[in-house]
Design a protein around this ligand. Structure first.
Ligand SMILES: Cc1cc2nc3c(=O)[nH]c(=O)nc-3n(C[C@H](O)[C@H](O)[C@H](O)COP(=O)(O)O)c2cc1C
Length: 223
């Protein structure tokens, strides 16, 4: 963890769930993703980096929809009903679910319907990690492996493969953010037990990685 301190972040007191402002929305239909255009992929590779200072400004729904589609959206019809995705997964099991912790609640991304379903009417952003920017940025993505979907995989391989799948999603999000001019940080340093309890995850569900996304803090000289 010393590495992260060197990179200019600090821990803070144990976080709690915060109430949402206003009435939580149970279902958010995301605008259809624009599936072509954007900045060239080589520019995105050139710009990709981790940022640990974020503005608190919310992301609009169009950006959120584009980002989630890029992360692990359906980009073609697949061998089964779950569709082909922008991220690979072993045996196309699609074992990673993406949760989006927003100021308005914790949501699960449904790639087939391209929508967000409310799982907790609380602001859980701060609970997703320990670093000072966590909970301040508008979006915390949490990648949760459903190990119950991995019955065809040897038990000893399930978690490593799930981490590998989550890693590919993390990189999709990094590249999307680089192309869209957004700030982003992958995080393995997350509060798995608090999240498991607050999100009421099943015993087969394992939060593997998280990723903070937001606008650059233009007051930060490093931005
Ligand atoms: C699997 C994984 C876990 C990471 N966990 C954290 C983390 O918990 N906190 C953090 O600030 N950065 C985290 N990072 C970001 C790395 O520290 C970062 O990628 C590295 O310093 C290289 O910087 P760059 O991404 O700007 O090239 C993680 C990256 C990966 C791939």
């Amino acid at each position: 963890m010393k590495h992260f301190f060197r990179l200019g972040t600090a821990t803070r007191d144990p976080a709690r769930a915060r109430p949402v402002v206003g009435q939580p929305v149970s279902h958010i239909t995301l605008p259809p993703p624009v599936r072509s255009g954007g900045r060239p992929i080589m520019d995105a590779f050139s710009e990709r980096r981790t940022t640990r200072r974020f503005a608190t400004t919310e992301l609009d729904e169009a950006t959120l929809g584009q980002l989630l589609w890029a992360a692990n959206g359906v980009n073609r019809s697949g061998a089964d009903d779950s569709g082909g995705r922008t991220a690979p997964s072993v045996l196309a099991l699609h074992e990673i679910d993406i949760y989006a912790a927003l100021a308005g609640g914790m949501y699960r991304y449904d790639p087939l319907e391209h929508c967000l379903e409310l799982v907790s009417a609380a602001d859980l952003r701060a609970l997703t990690g320990y670093q000072d920017f966590v909970g301040e940025a508008p979006l915390e993505l949490v990648y949760v492996a459903d190990l119950a979907r991995m019955h065809d995989i040897a038990p000893s391989q399930r978690e490593p493969f799930a981490y590998a799948s989550a890693g590919t999603i993390v990189q999709n999000v990094y590249l999307f953010c680089a192309a869209a001019g957004l700030a982003v940080a992958a995080r393995s340093w997350l509060n798995r037990s608090a999240l498991g309890a607050e999100m009421r995850l099943s015993r087969d569900s394992l939060p593997v990685l998280a990723q903070t996304v937001g606008h650059f803090d233009l007051g930060d000289p490093a931005s």
